[in-house]
Design a protein around this ligand. Structure first.
Ligand code: PEP
Length: 250
């Protein structure tokens, strides 16, 4: 059974105190919801207190990045082992902002996916085309390349701990959302690639949509056959709006 996973991506927002306050409110807003997996991606500085604030609740915590080594001379970096040790369960990888501003390649993202899985955490692998790719008719080719690159060498067993987040870059933070039909069409293509890689496991993998998802459009997007959740930026910063999206996923 595919799990519906609604995940927030706070990006570089919220001090530790703001994070704890928001999570305190969110816990009340989503109390008792068990049909949807609820995840909040928070900056490194908030992770430890975010885990403490949500322990015993239905909210899980994600990091927004990681370095693919377990320890060593990598000044300023954070390892999967460190995240695991404080109770982080998910890691968002390959977000388009990291691909663009930090030149992350599919090969490097693939190393991160493997490192996260090796620690028993779930990887949320982000893929998505830019506007110029879509206009040039390259959407499916770009997504397939990012998928095959990010998932190279992954076994079927490992794939069960991977979520794919399809995020058309032109829809992120722009207020422009893919129509449900357009999103479904692309999700179906992504599904085909996952099935070609992982057989039945590919059928069961959660594919999230991300890109200006908000309370007003979430239900329609989430009703699509191959849209199994959402990765939410802006609308995840506030407890009530994020909770409304979680409820739309039930
Ligand atoms: C994101 O950054 O993953 C995202 C989907 O952002 P937004 O919801 O703000 O478009």
């Amino acid at each position: 059974m595919r799990r519906t996973v609604i995940a927030g991506n706070w990006k570089m927002n919220k001090t530790n105190q703001e994070a704890v306050e928001m999570l305190h409110q969110l816990k009340e807003e989503v109390a008792g919801i068990s049909e949807v997996d609820i995840v909040i991606g928070a900056p490194f500085t908030c992770l430890s207190d975010a885990v403490k604030e949500t322990v015993g609740s239905n909210i899980k915590i994600a990091a927004e990045n990681v370095y693919p080594k377990s320890s060593g001379a990598y000044t300023g970096e954070i390892s999967p082992k460190m995240l695991k040790a404080i109770g982080v369960e998910y890691v968002i990888l390959g977000h388009s902002e990291r691909r663009e501003y930090f030149q992350e390649s599919d090969e490097f993202i693939n190393e991160k996916v493997k490192a996260v899985l090796a620690e028993g955490m779930t990887a949320i692998l982000c893929i998505g085309e830019k506007l110029e790719d879509r206009e040039a008719g390259k959407t499916n080719m770009v997504n397939e390349t990012q998928l095959r690159g990010g998932l190279a060498g992954i076994t079927k067993e490992e794939a069960a701990n991977i979520i794919v987040a399809y995020e058309p870059v032109w829809a992120i933070g722009t207020g422009k959302t893919a129509t449900p039909e357009l999103a479904q069409e692309t999700h179906a293509e992504i599904r085909k690639v996952l099935v070609s890689l992982f057989d039945k496991v590919g059928e069961e993998m959660t594919i999230q949509y991300g890109g200006s998802m908000k309370p007003e459009n979430a239900a329609e997007l989430l009703a699509q056959k191959d849209i199994d959740g959402g990765l939410i930026g802006g609308a995840s910063l506030e407890a009530k709006s994020f909770a409304a999206i979680v409820k739309a996923g039930r």
